[in-house]
Design a binder for this molecule. Sequence first.
Ligand SMILES: Nc1ncnc2c1ncn2[C@@H]1O[C@H](COP(=O)(O)OP(=O)(O)OP(=O)(O)O)[C@@H](O)[C@H]1O
Ligand SMILES: [Mg+2]
Length: 316
Amino acid sequence: MSPDSQSPPLAPALSVRDLRKTYDNGVQALKGVSLDVRPGDFFALLGPNGAGKSTLIGVISSLVNKSAGDVEVFGVDIARHRSEAMRLVGLVPQEINFNLFEKPFDILCNYAGFYGIPREEAMVRAEAELKRAQLWEKAHVMSRTLSGGMKRRLMISRAMMVRPRLLILDEPTAGVDIEIRRGMWKTLREINASGTTIILTTHYLEEAESLCRHLAIIDKGTIVEQGPMKALLAKLDVEGFLFDIDGDVPTVLPEIAGTTLERVDDHTIDLEMPRAMDLNRVFAALEGANIRVRSMRTKSNRLEELFVRLTSKEGQ
Ligand SMILES: Nc1ncnc2c1ncn2[C@@H]1O[C@H](COP(=O)(O)OP(=O)(O)OP(=O)(O)O)[C@@H](O)[C@H]1O
Ligand SMILES: [Mg+2]
């Protein structure tokens, strides 16, 4: 390998060091937060109401002044090189904040204009973004006539107009129905697959579990957990499975010490067991009761359990 082919290690997409924020009213919203997000990642920032998520996002996108600490976006210090850092970050804020009396196409082009993107280039990008968001048909209608889900998608399109390397979304799917949410997941996956790093805050834990590879949980201004999604889920000492069985589930299920077995429907049984336990013991007991397992699935969405456990350690 020639020395030329050894490129320097990539700067993290986001590096936050001992970040503190105290608002003027004395509220300490961030109490020394450190966080790393690698380039290309899909990262979930989770936490209960008032944990400090929007404050953290506000600091990263230069809307909120930090009290202390350092933030770098792709190696660019947000305090020393504010405008350069701002150009790297696209923000989808928690509340819808475009002019409802403007048309989607104009909203996107005008937004690009603020960032100095020439009109012609802006128009090309606006068309591409509206098509990706399946809003092209609505390009020239008054945005107030868009549905809630369309408005949310338009917010994402607007943030993408500046081709940010880091896209941050503050609860983008709050209050939208599951079908629209799924559509947005698809869009976000595509944006991520095309190389944009994404940080997402959400209260829907199944959303984080389905989309994100890494996560951090923040509570009362402090990071209480961070790491790969799979590793955090694996920390849970209880595992859940669903068994599809041949024939009908009997009315009385066998007792297996340390586990809970429950009937879900005529052909499905739910099992919870300690992670360290040997699954063969369960199979043996089921076979002994003449229950033949045809297939099994792991129950996903255990993030909820982890989340509750980490953020409810009141007084510890
Ligand atoms: N502009 C402000 N002035 C004073 N205090 C604020 C301000 N914005 C937020 N706070 C306080 O800072 C703390 C963190 O708020 P923040 O909005 O960052 O939480 P969050 O995790 O985004 O919550 P949510 O899930 O409800 O959106 C809260 O105690 C909040 O009341
Ligand atoms: Mg918030």
